[in-house]
Design a protein around this ligand. Structure first.
Ligand code: C5J
Length: 219
């Protein structure tokens, strides 16, 4: 068992029953020309966490823990993309349109791949998710159950959208979740801060948070 000095109080987990879940570290969000930029965001903000996420991923692989990568993505025929999601707002390009890295947010396109620095290796779970949360319309819960997972350590982007939604879905399904504070980022730094506070408020109502240093030292 490992106990971390986390917020709002200690987080105890067993590597054998804990998965590292890395949310949507795909080119669509982190590199120019993808979904994030079409929505008018500065994608450079998100690239800054890559070295931290990589350090934690490598440490987790060394201790032999289960790794889950997610990608926000849709089928090529858009059958899993509600029109309300595709048609909302006035982005430069919509989901399914052709951009600088292929079709925006479509499975198999160059922009939908996880960035090279964090690319999955054999044996790691990769979940393609049509929603913001990683449990909605995916086999994630059954895959975690098959691996005896009860705890999640979460990183990725963006903090207040896909990361927070996934943590809330996980919390409702009975998982204890810890978010790595410097392993997550938002296009809006004040939204990140607010999300961290919401997650750990009221006695860890959604989960715990801790800086990567605390986790890396413990591993
Ligand atoms: C968004 C995500 N922000 N991965 N997706 O649309 O957070």
């Amino acid at each position: 068992m490992i106990t971390l000095k986390a917020n709002p109080f200690d987080f105890t987990f067993d590597v054998k029953h804990t998965a590292l879940v890395i949310i949507d570290m795909q080119r669509d969000f982190i590199e120019p020309g993808g979904f994030g930029e079409t929505l008018g965001n500065n994608v450079g903000l998100l690239a800054a966490i890559v070295p931290t996420v990589q350090k934690v991923l490598h440490a987790w692989r060394r201790v032999g823990g289960v790794v889950v990568h997610t990608r926000e993505s849709h089928a090529a025929d858009l059958s899993d993309c509600p029109p309300a999601k595709r048609l909302r707002g006035a982005p430069a390009l919509r989901i399914g349109d052709v951009g600088a890295m292929g079709r925006i947010l479509i499975q198999g396109e160059p922009g939908n791949q996880i960035i090279d620095a964090l690319a999955p290796v054999d044996g790691e779970i990769v979940i393609d998710k049509p929603g913001k949360g990683a449990f909605y319309a995916t086999p994630l819960q059954s895959m975690l159950s098959a691996n005896g997972i009860t705890h999640l350590i979460v990183m990725g982007v963006t903090t207040e959208v896909c990361v927070q939604t996934t943590m809330r879905e996980a919390n409702d399904r009975g998982y204890d979740c810890l978010l790595v504070e410097d392993g997550t980022e938002s296009y809006f730094p004040h939204f990140k801060q607010a999300a961290l506070e919401m997650i750990r408020a009221q006695g860890a109502i959604v989960g715990w948070t801790a800086p990567s240093r605390v986790l890396l030292d413990a591993l």
